[in-house]
Design a protein around this ligand. Structure first.
Ligand SMILES: Nc1ncnc2c1ncn2[C@@H]1O[C@H](COP(=O)(O)OP(=O)(O)OP(=O)(O)O)[C@@H](O)[C@H]1O
Length: 310
């Protein structure tokens, strides 16, 4: 696996605020790497140091063999940064904005191709000020892509968007991955991080809490799954099934409330197979069954002892 970016012991204070206390990680070529954390965790400051916009107090940033002190020009050509929406020209159209940004670079991608990538072909001739929040955000990603960079930085590209607009942005990020680009993303939406990231780095109060793939993080916190069953035959059937389940090796614990039974299992497939066989033999009717996957929110709570809030 090729490392395209390595960040070591980054620190940044603003007066008495330690925005970034000690952050280290490396990013692999072609991955979606997500920095996630609550408000004020230091995500934007970290990103801005990597992008060369903010000078770190301490620490190192390496793009392969390159660093900001000696190779700023080369690094600028390698990276694409999604501008804040204020950096776009409101009275121009998406097409005109892209054409303009394209003139800043030697080998830009074509405006046509970018409009298509960010799904704005139909709105190419509308003034930016008339676009929706989601469309503007897609244009911002397009502007980051126009120079055809290897590494793309997206700082909270979906904040404030409605669910459909957020999903449209997710599609673009997955498209970038197909193009072989490396994407470094910040978000405070756990669901988004879980869906998009190859690896994610949870930060809190300027420190890395943990870093791994979403599934490995979830796995690390718990190997259990929660299975819920409810019975049409009422409480006695649920009690009977509970007694049966308690004796299965795969089940770690059970809880019952009237005709609803909750089981925690380390092997959901085995447990469900055994349970369905049991209920079929007994001719019990199951009303509902669901398997609850542990989420990244459970991971955050487990590592920090704090509740997760978007
Ligand atoms: N230029 C600045 N001057 C003073 N304080 C700053 C500056 N930039 C950031 N901070 C402070 O540093 C801390 C970290 O901010 P940062 O924007 O990096 O967090 P974040 O994780 O991106 O949060 P959010 O999700 O709210 O954007 C916050 O307490 C913030 O108020």
């Amino acid at each position: 696996m090729m490392t395209v970016l390595e960040v070591r012991n980054l620190q940044k204070s603003f007066g008495t605020i330690h925005a970034v206390k000690d952050i280290s990680f490396s990013v692999h070529a072609g991955e979606v790497f997500t920095i996630i954390g609550p408000n004020g965790a230091g995500k934007t400051t970290t990103l801005e140091m990597i992008e060369g916009l903010v000078t770190p107090d301490k620490g190192e940033i390496h793009f392969g063999e390159l660093n900001w002190n000696q190779h700023a020009g080369t690094i600028k050509k390698m990276i694409g940064v999604q501008p804040q929406s204020s950096a776009m020209f409101d009275l121009l159209t998406p097409e005109e904005n892209l054409n303009l940004f394209a003139t800043f670079y030697n080998n830009p991608r074509s405006t046509e191709e970018i409009l298509n990538l960010v799904n704005l072909t139909d709105h190419r001739k509308n003034q930016v000020k008339k676009l929706s929040g989601g469309q503007r955000q897609r244009l911002a990603i397009g502007l980051a892509m126009i120079s055809d960079p290897e590494i793309i930085f997206l700082d909270e590209p979906t904040t404030g968007l409605d669910p459909q607009a957020r999903r449209n942005i997710w599609d673009i990020i997955l498209e970038l991955k197909k193009l072989g680009k490396t994407t470094i993303l910040t978000t405070h939406y756990m669901e988004e991080a879980e869906k998009l990231s190859d690896r994610l780095c949870i930060v809190d109060q300027g420190l890395v809490v943990t870093l791994d793939s979403p599934s490995a993080l979830i796995e690390r916190v718990t190997s259990e799954r929660e299975v819920r069953l409810s019975f049409l035959d009422g409480e006695s059937a649920a009690l009977d099934a509970q007694n049966f389940a308690q004796n299965l090796d795969s089940i770690t614990r059970t809880e019952r409330e009237e005709s609803a039974l909750t089981l925690w299992t380390i092997k959901p497939e085995d447990s469900l197979y055994d349970l369905f066989k049991f209920t079929k033999d007994k001719e019990y009717q199951i009303e509902q069954v669901s398997v609850h996957e542990m989420s990244l929110e459970d991971v955050f709570i487990s590592f920090t002892g704090k509740e997760w809030r978007d």
